[in-house]
Design a protein around this ligand. Structure first.
Ligand code: CP
Ligand code: NVA
Length: 318
């Protein structure tokens, strides 16, 4: 055990002071070490006390899981968080991001940012002198993907060689799954209606990172994509910021509801995943959401453990 801990610590020491803006910022080895540490923290085999470190939370969009899991993770590490929502800071009155990032770097030890444009997150990372973590942008949700693959690992004991099928919008969650999955050697199949597929640059990035270890495929037919998959995942059809497209999207996504009939074509031991919040009766049937195959609430819990591991690594507490 002591040797294993030293191995994990040696790999994760390379993350000290680093930003986490995209799933592609981590190597396969670093992701595996983070998942191992997260599992140890979850099983109470490890306790890490970082002393009184402070995480600043800049959230431009709503959040339950990400915000609370970061707050609890920091508390468990012996630190604390400060809420820096644009509505309550001078950001909301137009103070430039580059000034805000430099000031907050003098007070905080790490920042987690949830915003719309990936470019804004990159600007925070550029101007801040402390690590900046992606708490969701329109393009990626990399902390979510870490929790998702921890859930797959817990269920099956390993992730490499497994097949995860994502059914729905080719959005931020799909992008991070593709990139993180490709690094871990997980075959990823995404089924989206025409016009709602993942961005081609994200597909290319995933293919490049997979080094042919994993198959990354895009389908327009969910029945073709789901066949034999061991993990089946879905997310809302209209993400935050797309609310006014809801009715157009509901029409475009007809036939893409993950229900019992579609799920019956997956592997007989397959699990159901959803990042939440969910719209029952739209992207997922109520029955499947509540079924014995669902690991959705383990997946939500795992946000806490992977983010605790990530914070310990970037703050150099191992
Ligand atoms: N899955 C997720 O990120 O949930 P929140 O929007 O509640 O943070
Ligand atoms: N794709 C969703 C994920 C929410 C956690 C959104 O961006 O709103």
């Amino acid at each position: 055990m002591a040797d294993r801990n030293q191995g994990v610590a040696a790999v994760l020491s390379s993350l000290k002071g680093k930003d986490f803006l995209s799933s592609g910022d981590l190597s396969a080895l670093q992701i595996s070490a983070l998942l191992e540490l997260a599992m140890q923290l979850k099983n109470a085999e490890r306790r890490i006390d970082l002393g009184n470190r402070v995480l600043g939370l800049i959230f431009t969009k709503a959040s339950t899981r990400t915000r609370v899991s970061f707050q609890v993770a920091m508390a468990r590490l012996g630190g604390q968080t400060v809420d820096l929502n644009p509505q309550v800071t001078q950001l909301g009155r137009g103070e430039p991001l580059k000034d805000t990032a430099r000031v907050l770097s003098r007070f905080c030890d790490v920042l987690a940012v949830r915003t719309f444009e990936q470019k804004e997150l990159i600007d925070y990372a550029h101007w801040a002198s402390i690590p900046v973590l992606n708490a969701l942008t329109d393009i990626e949700h990399p902390c979510q993907a870490l929790a998702d693959f921890l859930t797959v690992k817990e269920t099956f004991g390993e992730v490499e060689g497994k097949t995860l099928c994502y059914i729905g919008d080719g959005n931020n969650v799909a992008h991070s799954l593709m990139i993180c999955g490709s690094l871990l050697g997980v075959n990823i199949r995404v089924a989206s209606p025409k016009g709602f597929e993942p961005l081609s640059e994200m597909m290319n990035k995933a293919l490049e990172l997979s080094q042919a270890k994993a198959k990354i495929e895009i389908f327009n037919n969910p029945l073709e994509a789901i066949r034999g998959a061991e993990a089946v995942y879905t997310d809302v059809w209209a993400s935050m910021g797309q609310e006014e497209e809801q009715s157009v999207r509901a029409k475009a996504f007809e036939g893409f509801c993950l229900d019992e009939e579609l799920f019956s074509k997956a592997d007989s031991n397959a699990i159901v995943l959803h990042c939440l919040p969910a719209h029952r009766g739209e992207e997922i049937s109520s029955g499947l959401f509540e079924s014995v195959s669902s690991r959705i609430f383990d997946q939500a819990e795992n946000r806490l453990h992977v983010q605790q591991a990530l914070l310990a690594a970037v703050l150099g507490g191992l």
